[in-house]
Design a protein around this ligand. Structure first.
Ligand SMILES: NC(=O)c1ccc[n+]([C@@H]2O[C@H](COP(=O)([O-])OP(=O)(O)OC[C@H]3O[C@@H](n4cnc5c(N)ncnc54)[C@H](OP(=O)(O)O)[C@@H]3O)[C@@H](O)[C@H]2O)c1
Length: 329
């Protein structure tokens, strides 16, 4: 439940700052909170030295977040699927921020090959990546809409909203790790439904809201699993969290599916921005935030067996997740 402006992560964290950085802090594992005094984590670079990639930056929340980060001085990497919309977004972010450190990358996330191409271009062009914001998504579509498939033949919302960020994150992890401390922010939703492992591609019972909600829960499960894996491999200086930005913001996916709105894009930016830049969240990983609240996701996200099963399935569906797989032949 959203209780106002005081973020609960401010209440739960414990910091013990030394000259070399933050030593003791509260970290999350998706189902409990642990105090991690082992890792010594240096702090993030000042915002004007950071490079931040935002997927789906050509509209709604992603566009507004890009503008906000540009104004704050970050190097902003805009991702979108349309060349025209990307050019217009780049123009807008440059104009509103007065910064020329704004770059664009085009990739249709409904193709896993395009996701690989995006990762390849970013690896090629960018010496560092401080934050990856997996924001791009398709909404549930107009009421009564029919099932669609991706270029790879997968259910479209599962592909764009979950498999694409799963693969992109895996491919960009080496760059994030080299730039650490670094953050991954997965823009999820309160709209969550358990993955039905007998019908993941929703061939039997398709419903747009179910497709959207299943993909969002998969993204949260991935968030929790990845945080644990990064911690166990000593990569805890790359953190990953998921967030529900706001309910029914005034964006096109909401107009298409609901026809009315309950909150604004500015509300969404206010929820996502701390996960990108707040120093208080350094070292906090594996958590799901409902706006500014540290919150509980749908129960399947805490089911270890379901999570491992989803991870294995995702690897099978996307194929090779090594950076080498993105290199030109
Ligand atoms: N709106 C809400 O109330 C709400 C609530 C909870 C969570 N969220 C989440 O917040 C995030 C942003 O949503 P929004 O409301 O800002 O949505 P939006 O205005 O519809 O923007 C979605 C963005 O994703 C891009 N995108 C969609 N399909 C793509 C594809 N196949 N390849 C590449 N890019 C693609 C869109 O590109 P184009 O510009 O080319 O269409 C656009 O830039 C999403 O993850 C959404 O699930 C939103």
């Amino acid at each position: 439940m959203h209780t106002g402006f005081q973020p609960s992560w401010v209440l739960i964290r414990t910091l013990d700052t030394t000259e070399t950085g933050v030593k003791a802090r509260t970290t999350g594992t998706g189902n409990h909170v642990t105090r991690d005094t082992v890792h010594t984590l240096s702090t993030m670079l000042p915002i004007d030295q950071q490079t931040i990639l935002i997927t789906g930056a050509t509209d709604g929340l992603g566009h507004a977040l890009a503008r906000e980060l540009g104004v704050r001085g970050a190097t902003v990497l805009l991702h979108g699927r349309s060349a025209e919309r990307l050019a217009a977004t780049e123009h807008d972010v440059r104009r509103s921020s007065g910064s020329d450190r704004v770059h664009r990358y085009r990739a249709d996330l409904s193709s896993l090959d395009a996701v690989r191409g995006l990762a390849r271009e970013i690896e090629r062009d960018q010496p560092r990546l401080d934050v990856l914001v997996n924001n791009a998504a398709l909404g549930s579509g107009p009421p009564g809409s029919q099932r669609e498939v991706s270029a790879d033949g997968y259910e479209l919302r599962f592909a764009v909203n979950y498999l694409a960020p799963f693969l992109l994150t895996r491919l960009l992890l080496p760059l994030l790790s080299r730039s650490a401390p670094a953050r991954i922010v997965n823009v999820a939703s309160v709209g969550q439904a358990p993955v039905d492992f007998d019908d993941v591609m929703l061939e039997r019972r398709y419903d747009g809201m179910r497709a959207y909600s299943q993909a969002k829960l998969a993204l949260i499960s991935f968030t929790f699993d990845l945080a644990e894996r990064l911690r166990s491999t000593g990569d805890a200086h790359v953190t990953v969290n998921a967030v529900h930005p706001a309910s029914l913001m005034n964006t096109k996916m909401v107009y298409e599916a609901f026809g009315y709105t309950l909150s604004t894009i500015a509300d969404g930016v206010a929820a996502v921005l701390p996960l990108v830049i707040a120093p208080e969240l350094e070292g906090v990983s594996g958590r799901y935030f409902d706006r500014l609240e540290d919150a509980r996701a749908q129960p399947q996200a805490y089911d270890l067996e379901a999570r491992r099963r989803l991870w294995r399935l995702s690897e099978e569906l996307v194929g090779d997740t090594s950076v080498a797989s993105t290199r030109d032949n």
